[in-house]
Write a protein that binds this ligand. Structure first.
Ligand SMILES: Nc1ncnc2c1ncn2[C@@H]1O[C@H](COP(=O)(O)OP(=O)(O)OP(=O)(O)O)[C@@H](O)[C@H]1O
Ligand SMILES: [Mg+2]
Length: 236
């Protein structure tokens, strides 16, 4: 770890975070008091059994869901204090999200799926198409710009999802099982891409159940029953 990285600011700061889901009259505490600091430029893998709260945690980190109690400070701001517009601004600037199971829109071509975050960010049309094409080239899909998700393999769809996360040049990439449905060759491609983004100073947080994938990170955080069990540096 470089000295500058050790001194980097804490960009994600969770303290005492609880998340309670309500289904009818039943409550389920998916996060039961999570404390977690992630520094700018860190590469962190989150592991844990199915149902342990990983996606819930990621949705909180990505400001897609609000905490029931506790605080989440993102880039110095308490997310709970922000209004919708402020939240949208910070999310656009900071976060690229790769969802578990892609979340691509089936009726849109690859480049139209990738340009979506730029529409929300107010980028003009010509520039959107150009940047979407560049992002798709970066993930090796320069020849599939006009294909719809149904006309792509599972691995290619996942790479479209990664391109969509990258296109806005966010400072952080949050990825939920980005290699979950990929063959070993595509897994290596996606991991190489994350490696490049990390080398360029981006913060990477990824959920994985594969220890070979987690070994690419600098730190592994283990979640169990809605709590962080361990957080350990990966041996270089
Ligand atoms: N919207 C919801 N409403 C009610 N309960 C939910 C909701 N989302 C998740 N849960 C519950 O919260 C717990 C944690 O779910 P979560 O999706 O975070 O698990 P996970 O660790 O990502 O699992 P997996 O590895 O299977 O993706 C589970 O018991 C799940 O059933
Ligand atoms: Mg999940």
């Amino acid at each position: 770890m470089s000295p500058s990285r050790e001194a980097a600011e804490v960009v994600i700061e969770l303290s005492g975070v609880r998340k309670v889901y309500r289904t009818g009259s039943i409550e389920f505490e998916a996060l039961r008091g999570v404390d977690l600091d992630i520094r700018r430029g860190e590469y962190v893998a989150i592991m844990g059994p199915s149902g342990s709260g990983k996606s819930t945690l990621m949705n909180v980190l990505g400001c897609l869901d609000v905490v029931t109690s506790g605080t989440y400070r993102l880039a110095g701001s308490d997310v709970g204090d922000l209004d919708e517009a402020e939240l949208a601004r910070i999310r656009n600037r900071e976060i690229g999200f790769v969802f578990q199971g892609f979340n691509l829109l089936p009726g849109l071509s690859a480049w139209r799926n990738v340009e979506l975050p730029l529409i929300y960010a107010g980028v003009p049309k010509d520039e959107r198409r150009e940047r979407a094409a560049v992002a798709l080239e970066r993930v090796g899909l320069g020849d599939k710009l006009d294909n719809r998700p149904g006309e792509l393999s599972g691995g290619q769809q996942q790479r479209v999802a990664v391109a969509r996360a990258l296109v806005g040049e966010p400072t952080m990439i949050l990825a939920d099982e980005p290699t979950g449905n990929l063959d070993s060759v595509s897994t290596v491609d996606v991991l190489n891409l994350f490696e490049e983004l990390h080398a360029a100073g981006r913060t990477i947080v990824l959920i994985t159940h594969e220890s070979e994938v987690a070994e690419h990170a600098e730190r592994v955080v283990r979640v169990r029953d809605g709590l962080i069990q361990t957080s350990e540096a990966v041996a270089a």
